[in-house]
Write a protein that binds this ligand. Structure first.
Ligand code: ADP
Ligand code: C5P
Ligand code: MG
Length: 216
């Protein structure tokens, strides 16, 4: 591009300053639970796309509240511009409020994103390329029973049998192709998620250690 008149758009954050790890897995596979462990031991800033969307849904003055509510109840993927803007701004806010220790890169664990191929491409082009993808591999029966149990106390509109069924459909049809695409780039650390929280975490640690990510 050296002689081109065009200026190629570059991502908002450079991989020299931040490390992005995507955390994928079906609904109820345990991403939020394990994110707390990774935040504690690896210095990750945990950003859950679902949490950011739920916060935007109830934010006073948001023009997207009703749209997000409907998409979430139907288990559908919210248009990516909304989700990517929320994530990108949350990263910027975090870097401004809590810069990483001197000489280290900030680490972001992006939970539940990208859930669709277009989101993956758009995020990596405009926000930051990912370093690694952590994937929790969990059968639907296990995820279903976890979600129904979580639904007893979560207050979430989508932790009910009908929404769960729709979320599983979306996961298989739309989100697994994202995992497969990253797999083809050899970026995925896949962990069986059926064991206890501690067992799953132990496997996550050894998987990411093997990719050069050390505790901090
Ligand atoms: P996700 O963020 O992937 O949807 P969560 O971390 O919210 O999943 O976990 C879903 C539910 O399952 C929660 O109620 C959580 O406490 C529970 N859970 C998570 N991991 C395990 C596990 N390894 N064994 C049993 N229950 C788990
Ligand atoms: O990850 P979580 O289970 O919290 O996501 C809840 C819902 O938020 C999803 O079922 C989907 O409707 C929406 N979502 C989305 N795009 C994402 C993440 C979540 O549309 N990347
Ligand atoms: Mg979650």
């Amino acid at each position: 591009m050296a002689n081109s008149q065009e200026t190629p758009s570059s991502p908002r954050f450079s991989t020299q300053e931040v490390t992005v790890v995507f955390f994928l897995g079906g609904p109820g596979s345990g991403k939020g639970t394990q994110s707390a462990n990774l935040e504690r031991d690896y210095g990750f800033v945990h950003l859950s796309a679902g949490d950011l969307l739920r916060a935007e849904q109830v934010r006073e003055g948001s023009q997207y509240g009703e749209l997000i509510r409907n998409y979430i109840r139907e288990g559908k993927i919210v248009p990516m511009e909304i989700t990517v803007a929320l994530l990108s701004n949350a990263m910027a806010d975090s870097l401004a409020a809590t810069p990483p220790p001197a000489g280290t890169k900030a680490r972001f664990l992006i939970d539940g994103f990208p859930r669709k191929l277009d989101q993956a491409v758009f995020f990596e082009d405009t926000v930051c390329p990912s370093e690694l993808v952590l994937f929790l591999d969990c059968p639907e029966e296990v995820m279903e029973s976890r979600l129904l149990k979580r639904g007893e106390t979560s207050g979430r509109d989508d932790d009910n049998a009908e929404s769960i069924r729709k979320r599983f459909r979306t996961f298989v049809d739309t989100s697994m192709p994202v995992v497969d695409a990253f797999q083809a780039q050899n970026k995925v650390v896949s962990v069986k998620a059926t064991g206890s929280v501690d067992d799953v975490y132990a496997e996550i640690k050894s998987g990411i250690q093997a990719r050069g990510l050390d505790p901090r």
